[in-house]
Design a binder for this molecule. Structure first.
Ligand SMILES: [Zn+2]
Length: 204
């Protein structure tokens, strides 16, 4: 499969498609969550993919990626807000606010909630900048552009520093994640097409 066949969301992942359940997830798939019996990895009737399932009750332990909802908050003078991460992964490096979607909220609600929790800013989510697959972490990262409509930027347990950057002063060499890099590239292309991002160098 060529790069383009995988879609633009694959720019942020470094491993090939089709490698199955990551080892770090498989390591926690030992027992049936329904009846407690030991799971067996192998063929499932009617499915073309090997999976873990329960020989006692038939429960199939499906493994699917989680959705990470994030924002690129933009101030009324057009600066973009990033935070310096206070937790691993990416401790000390710059990223956009965001987190895992909860099961009882919409993606827009998650974007507002996570942005407030991590930066102290109230935002109104706008256009979707992009979707970025990260097979290494079994996540898909959704990135909204979001207008800052209130709040006060302040450090939080998850952010050592919250700072607004002009489009030509984005801290490209200190980004935490490839997903952040590609979101900023796509945002720049849309809002500041005359600016060019350097190649991704650090982070993961
Ligand atoms: Zn079972």
């Amino acid at each position: 499969m060529t790069h383009s066949d995988r879609g633009p969301d694959a720019r942020s992942t470094d491993i090939a498609s089709g490698a199955g359940v990551p080892r770090w997830i498989a390591a926690s798939l030992n027992f049936c969550s329904r009846c407690g019996a030991e799971l067996r990895f192998g063929a499932i009737e009617g499915e073309d993919r090997l999976r873990s399932s329960c020989p006692a009750c038939g429960h199939v332990a499906y493994v699917n990626p989680r959705l990470v909802v994030t924002t690129l908050p933009v101030t009324d003078d057009g600066r973009i807000v990033l935070l310096r991460r206070g937790i691993e992964p990416g401790l000390g490096a710059w990223a956009q606010p965001g987190g895992f979607l909860e099961v009882d909220e919409t993606v827009a609600e998650a974007a507002v909630r996570e942005t407030f929790e991590e930066t102290g800013l109230q935002v109104r989510p706008g256009e979707i900048v992009g979707l970025y697959t990260r097979l290494e972490a079994a996540v898909v990262v959704l990135v909204f552009e979001a207008l800052v409509v209130g709040g006060t930027p302040a450090p939080t347990p998850e952010a050592l520093e919250v700072q607004a950057f002009h489009a030509d002063a984005i801290p490209w060499s200190g980004l935490a994640f490839k997903t952040t890099y590609w979101a900023l590239v796509d945002w720049l292309e849309r809002r500041h097409p005359h600016l060019r991002a350097p190649a991704f160098t650090v982070g993961r």
